[in-house]
Design a protein around this ligand. Sequence first.
Ligand SMILES: Nc1nc2c(ncn2[C@@H]2O[C@H](COP(=O)(O)OP(=O)(O)OP(=O)(O)O)[C@@H](O)[C@H]2O)c(=O)[nH]1
Ligand SMILES: [Mg+2]
Ligand SMILES: [Zn+2]
Length: 301
Amino acid sequence: MSGGGASAAEGRIVAAFGRSYRVELADGSTVECSTRGKRSDAACGDYVHIQRSGGNSGVIDAILPRKTLLYRSDAYKQKLIAANVTQVVIVVAAMPSFYEDLVNRCLAACEHGGITPLIVLNKTDLPQSEAAWALLATHRALGYRVLRLSAKQDIAPLIPLLEKQTSVLVGQSGMGKSTLVNRLVPDASVRVAETSVALDSGKHTTTGAVLHHINDHSDLIDSPGLQVFGLHHINVEDTAQAFIEFRPRLGQCRFRDCTHRVEPGCAIDDGCKAGHIAASRLASYRGLVEEAVRSRARRYD
Ligand SMILES: Nc1nc2c(ncn2[C@@H]2O[C@H](COP(=O)(O)OP(=O)(O)OP(=O)(O)O)[C@@H](O)[C@H]2O)c(=O)[nH]1
Ligand SMILES: [Mg+2]
Ligand SMILES: [Zn+2]
């Protein structure tokens, strides 16, 4: 089944729609692939072994070891976003309004996965953007890189930051991820929401993850809009570590196994009361831990 054979090949997943994958081979040609059985643990960006089954189709046999994996999870399963990325670009905008909690959760996933995050506030041509920029003061103070631009007007500030990276764009629906891709990769022609999304929560225009080549050494993955970002697979300790400003205080709580939720003598809670940790960040941490604890309880019922 494996190795040798004229029909075996190695390539990279450049599009993932449900359990259908497009695999790009070294010569630039692509093969439409499925996975064996119900297997669905392949992600856009994965390097894979395939068996060609004639024509333009094939089956994914094996996923090669990953350098990184960005994923989220709920009580039941992991939802892979992209593999082997070096950078996560979290795209937000004033319209539709973004949830700071989702940004915090994306940042925690990046920290846990060892992937550099970059926050982009898009649509600065809209007057509401000043308030949105102010909301990101917490993240700027933590040392996260935050860029503001208008995909409709000028994407130049983003270009050098994508150079020599495999970046994945993530964020809520309607933030302008696909619009950015179209500006950065002129032959991409990705579908974007036709009418400007203002008061609704976005239209979920993108339905799968697609990798685009910006140039020979820079790739950009577009992904579908997110509404929720659970991290049920991360334990309490690692979740706390994923909030970078908690790190210097960890180990200083009264109880060694403090979960920083309700325990007395909590150094994280004290740090928040003293104004050193933003209440919104602590709330995101607690939300993540509550969800994970609830889902573990449900699994072991
Ligand atoms: N005013 C303004 N509108 C923008 C800008 N960038 C994108 N938009 C609009 O925002 C809407 C949503 O853009 P998309 O690129 O489809 O958003 P998306 O993040 O890919 O959304 P999903 O695919 O649903 O996740 C479209 O109507 C775009 O024209 C911008 O810089 N300024
Ligand atoms: Mg899109
Ligand atoms: Zn504590």
